[in-house]
Design a protein around this ligand. Structure first.
Ligand SMILES: *[C@@H]1O[C@H](CO)[C@@H](O)[C@H](O)[C@H]1NC(C)=O
Ligand SMILES: *[C@@H]1O[C@H](CO)[C@@H](O)[C@H](O)[C@H]1NC(C)=O
Ligand SMILES: *[C@@H]1O[C@H](CO)[C@@H](O)[C@H](O)[C@H]1NC(C)=O
Ligand SMILES: *[C@@H]1O[C@H](CO)[C@@H](O)[C@H](O)[C@H]1NC(C)=O
Ligand SMILES: *[C@@H]1O[C@H](CO)[C@@H](O)[C@H](O)[C@H]1NC(C)=O
Ligand SMILES: *[C@@H]1O[C@H](CO)[C@@H](O)[C@H](O)[C@H]1NC(C)=O
Ligand SMILES: *[C@@H]1O[C@H](CO)[C@@H](O)[C@H](O)[C@H]1NC(C)=O
Ligand SMILES: *[C@@H]1O[C@H](CO)[C@@H](O)[C@H](O)[C@H]1NC(C)=O
Ligand SMILES: *[C@@H]1O[C@H](CO)[C@@H](O)[C@H](O)[C@H]1NC(C)=O
Ligand SMILES: *[C@@H]1O[C@H](CO)[C@@H](O)[C@H](O)[C@H]1NC(C)=O
Length: 881
């Protein structure tokens, strides 16, 4: 938690925009972590429904009964830890660890093969955008939608967290800051952005590099850096799917009031090495052992069985965690294959031997970060101040061992929380990028690990625009003379690391009326403006053609070049983004599923409530007290009800009418309460004497009401004569004097309560008159008493309010009278003075005009300037009435 406190200190929560919330999400291959920040929740970790700090990355989709075979709406989604166990029972329905497939096509064999090996049984398809979709129970889900479902689920939890903090809040998450590996290319970035765009009510999404997130969090925790000395750190981040080493420099200027600068200076990575790979390795060990003990089973038979493979993977994951702290892990898989239970064990030694060939890969990213530094940076490892460990897989002993061979123990920094450092950093970057809250200034210099270039239509040479190591966001304009303007539209191809991303078609200037070849005797140049956004997306922002005028030797005579903006359209090559209409379609579908899930959840909750209430009722019915002294008829009724409803519950399911459940809950509750009250009533005499006493009390209360009415009436009559000169209609004024809202609300039901109370009294009178008391009537008598008590309490409360309300109304009237009275007197005095002046002569014209007004308002204003005791605004309004 210390990290959070540190962050709090850093950000002062001054809302600069509308009330809204930023969600920082560390979207990992295996887990998702999130922190929400809003005026209600300053940096709060979004816990899972099971109160865990991280959520499983993925979900299960299961068909619901009662829907058509292909109905895309007839499904239920399951998130969280339940997904883990579903993976072995329903591997074809469980979509885990989707991150490495974002922005990929089925042609990407490495990613697809690796994925299917880890997640057997799933059916993939290619979308018409060449991206991957999964087919689950005959419904095709584009990958972006599945990722969006995961993000949406986190957003929903964050929103309900905000509601928990303050039920009246209107805050909800509208901005998301997502971690992204630096090695993710433009297609992968677009896919993640599209997923975020699909979530409901998200206005902005920021993609923040994972390495920078950890570096920012490290800076916030460390805080103290030697002024004027450039420091170097490497963030070594081994997650589940990939391993990255990002080198940063941190500079605290000599003048320590100046902001610190964090700069990204080198990068190395392996997109397939990570905890997931080690799990697969242990899985292979288990598989080998199983096949050795059961030679009759062929490898391909085992590999064709998704459930068996999912069970092996699950056992391997568990063993991996155990081997981080122990030298041996027991493996115990029930019904692994054709009902064979399998027991074995894996030692840490076996595992380390198994991966011996790839041990060097572990530190390769660090070597990469050192050898592939951006620009002119040439820091050697001995100049690196520390290696910061991030990512859960850095806890694996063999990983630490390898790191220690390269870097000494004291330079391995474990002061950031390996699991949460990225999410802590990404939310801080989100706050900064969205400008939602004020934060202490911090210069962040991000650099691109890829090179972006372009090619214009008529030649094959690539021109670099932003080379590897370029700072972004950035924008730059390049003049090109390559395209022929006179005839056709021309194209500009955009590349990332030499790979074609998109083709931009620029409308020929010949099509624009302003173009005339004659007017540009020295030809045409194109001014192409390229951008690299803060999400590191490369695009063309603007294309202008410049009509060159004759080159005049005389500089000052040279006419101005004419520049014209050209229209253009761009199209992704091969892997395409979702269109806006597709995104909104998918969003609507997700919203529908969300609504259904919510209704089902509520239904299930109500079924559970009904069930537990029925069991409560059943144990009440078995209580000795109830058996011996309970109200016979009601006890019978309830026991019948419990029996019938428990039977009914057996068959209740998702298509049960929700109203039905609620009314049953209510029925059981009312009956149970009646029985309990009856038992309580055994302490009551319920005889003639008690009822006579009640009558007495009732009459007293009615009398008190009458007395109050009379008192008010006396005052009003008195006021009517006394205030005749100042207040036209005292009773009207009394009625119209405002009361506090809680008073008028309580008194709005005065008459109803009074009537009910009187009815209750006449009930009692009847009982007393007939003298009908006795054991067999107790149930009814007790009901009468309860009712009387209830209305008496209500009425007493209301009377109290009424008394204080009327009292303050009368006071108001008195005050009103005094104010009006003083006003009249002042007017008279003024008139008096005026008359005196007129009599004296030499009247000042202007003053006479100023005073020529007799209405209250202007009298008041002149009064305000002269009186030393200014009247409040409320009273002005009152006088104007
Ligand atoms: C792909 O198919 C969807 C309908 O499923 C359609 O809306 C979309 O325009 C198509 N996209 C492309 C690039 O063909
Ligand atoms: C760091 O590398 C430079 C050459 O790039 C070398 O001159 C210097 O001695 C190295 N420093 C250390 C401490 O190895
Ligand atoms: C922006 O990019 C251009 C072209 O790569 C480069 O010359 C310029 O220095 C960059 N600007 C900044 C602020 O990095
Ligand atoms: C490309 O365009 C330039 C400028 O318009 C022109 O001079 C050149 O001949 C063109 N090259 C080809 C191969 O069309
Ligand atoms: C140029 O492109 C525009 C649309 O981008 C199109 O309307 C126009 O017909 C094209 N002109 C030629 C000559 O291809
Ligand atoms: C090219 O276009 C950019 C963006 O409109 C502009 O800032 C720049 O001045 C232009 N360059 C020339 C030489 O006209
Ligand atoms: C350029 O033109 C200005 C006036 O238009 C003239 O005064 C000057 O002498 C000229 N210079 C040259 C080098 O022709
Ligand atoms: C006009 O364009 C040409 C070619 O780009 C350039 O050399 C010249 O300086 C420009 N003149 C003005 C006034 O911008
Ligand atoms: C009365 O009029 C005189 C000019 O005749 C002026 O100077 C003075 O301010 C006026 N007095 C008041 C109270 O307005
Ligand atoms: C005073 O007001 C009345 C009506 O508002 C008007 O008839 C009269 O002429 C006014 N007298 C002066 C001195 O302005």
């Amino acid at each position: 938690m210390r990290g959070i406190i540190g962050l709090l200190f850093f950000a002062t929560f001054v809302v600069t925009g509308s009330l809204a919330a930023v969600l920082g999400v560390d979207y990992g291959q295996q887990n998702i972590k999130a922190i929400v920040v809003s005026p209600q929740a300053p940096l709060e970790l979004v816990l899972t429904p099971e109160a865990k700090r991280k959520e499983v990355s993925g979900l299960s989709i299961k068909r619901l009964p009662g829907y058509g075979e292909n109905d895309p709406n007839g499904v239920e989604r399951i998130y969280g830890s339940a997904v883990g166990s579903l993976a072995t029972r329903f591997p074809q329905n469980t979509l885990l660890h989707l991150k490495p497939l974002l922005g990929k096509s089925l042609e990407d064999e490495t990613s697809v093969t690796l994925y299917l090996k880890e997640h057997p049984g799933l059916k993939m398809a290619s979308t018409n955008r060449s991206t991957i979709a999964f087919v689950v129970d005959n419904v095709e889900y584009p990958l972006e939608e599945l990722v969006a479902m995961n993000i949406q689920e986190v957003v929903n939890r964050a929103d309900s967290l905000l509601k928990d903090r303050d039920a009246r809040t209107v805050d909800s998450v509208d901005k998301i800051s997502l971690t992204i590996p630096d090695f993710f290319d433009q297609h992968q970035r677009n896919a993640l952005l599209d997923a975020s765009l699909m979530t409901t009510d998200i206005k902005d999404t920021y993609l923040v590099s994972e390495g920078m997130s950890v570096a920012v969090n490290f800076f916030l925790k460390q805080r103290q850096f030697p002024p004027g000395e450039l420091q170097h750190y490497i963030v070594y981040d081994m997650g589940s799917g990939s391993t990255k080493a990002s080198m940063f420099s941190i500079l605290q200027p000599e003048d320590i009031t100046e902001p610190v600068t964090i700069e990204f200076v080198g990068y190395g990575y392996n997109p397939h090495l990570g905890g997931g790979k080690f799990t697969m390795d242990i899985g292979s060990l288990i598989e080998n052992k199983f096949l050795e003990t059961h030679p009759a089973i062929r490898t391909d038979e085992l590999h064709a069985n998704p459930k068996a493979l999912a069970k092996i993977n699950q056992a391997a994951e568990k063993a991996k965690l155990i081997l981080s702290a122990n030298s041996e892990a027991a493996i115990n898989i029930e019904s692994l294959f054709s009902d064979i239970d399998f027991r074995t064990s894996i030692t840490r030694e076996e595992f380390e031997e198994f991966i011996a060939d790839s041990l060097l890969e572990i530190v390769m990213p660090i070597n990469g970060a050192l050898s592939e530094q951006f620009g002119d940076y040439k820091t050697n490892l001995s100049d690196v101040n520390g290696v910061i460990l991030a990512g859960g897989s850095t806890r694996i002993p063999i990983v630490q061992e390898q790191l220690l061979k390269l870097v000494s123990e004291e330079r391995i920094l474990r002061n950031v929380n390996a699991d949460e450092s990225a999410v802590n950093g990404v939310v801080m970057r989100g706050i900064k990028l969205s400008d939602s809250f004020k934060t202490k200034p911090l210069n962040v210099i991000d650099r691109s690990v890829n090179t972006y270039s372009f090619r214009s239509s008529n030649q094959s040479e690539l021109h670099d625009v932003f080379v590897r190591g370029s700072v972004y966001p950035n924008k730059t304009s390049i003049l090109s003379t390559e395209a022929d303007p006179t005839t056709k539209n021309f194209t500009i191809d955009l590349f990332e690391n030499g790979k074609l991303l998109e083709t931009v078609t620029v409308n020929s200037p010949a099509a624009t009326s302003s173009y005339s070849f004659k007017k540009c005797p020295s030809g045409v140049v194109y001014n192409i403006t390229f951008g690299l956004s803060s999400d590191r997306l490369f695009s063309i922002q603007e294309v202008n053609y410049i009509c060159r005028k004759e080159d005049d030797e005389n500089e000052s005579k040279q006419p101005k070049n004419k520049s014209n903006r050209l229209n253009f359209s761009s199209e992704d090559v091969e892997i395409k983004r979702l269109s806006f209409s597709e995104i909104s379609c998918l969003r609507e579908h997700m919203q529908l599923l969300d609504k259904q899930d919510k209704e089902r959840f509520q239904l299930q909750k109500n079924l559970n409530i009904l069930e537990s209430n029925l069991y409560d009722a059943r144990s009440l019915l078995m209580d000795d007290e109830v058996v011996q002294n309970g109200p016979k008829s009601q006890v019978e009724k309830l026991s019948e009800m419990v029996k019938v409803y428990l039977d009914w519950l057996e068959d209740a399911s998702f298509d049960t009418n929700p109203e039905d459940i609620i009314s049953r809950i209510r029925e059981v509750g009312i009956l149970k309460q009646k029985i309990e009250l009856y038992l309580e009533s055994s302490k009551e005499p319920l005889n003639l004497q008690q009822f006579k006493g009640m009558l007495e009390e009732g009459r007293k209360l009615l009398q008190a009401i009458e007395n109050h009415k009379n008192t008010v009436e006396e005052f009003l009559s008195e006021f009517e004569t006394e205030f005749a000169d100042t207040i036209d209609n005292v009773r009207e004024e009394f009625k119209n004097t405002k009361q506090p809202a809680y008073v008028s609300k309580a008194l709005s039901t005065w008459e109803e309560t009074l009537t009910s109370f009187k009815n209750s009294i006449s009930e009692i009178e009847k009982v007393v008159a007939k003298n009908s008391f006795g054991e067999d009537l107790r149930e009814r008598l007790f009901e009468i008493k309860l009712e009387f008590d209830m209305y008496r309490t209500k009425l007493e409360e209301k009377l109290l309010l009424r008394k204080s309300g009327d009292e303050s109304r009368l006071t108001e009237i008195k005050k009103l009278h005094l104010r009006k009275f003083r006003l009249q007197r002042r007017k008279e005095e003024k008139l008096q003075r005026k008359l005196e002046k007129e009599q004296r002569g030499g009247e000042n014209e202007t003053e006479a005009v100023g005073n020529n007004s007799t209405d209250d308002k202007s009298a008041f204003f002149s009064d305000k300037t002269t009186e030393s005791n200014p009247t409040s605004k409320e009273e002005i309004l009152h006088d104007e009435l």
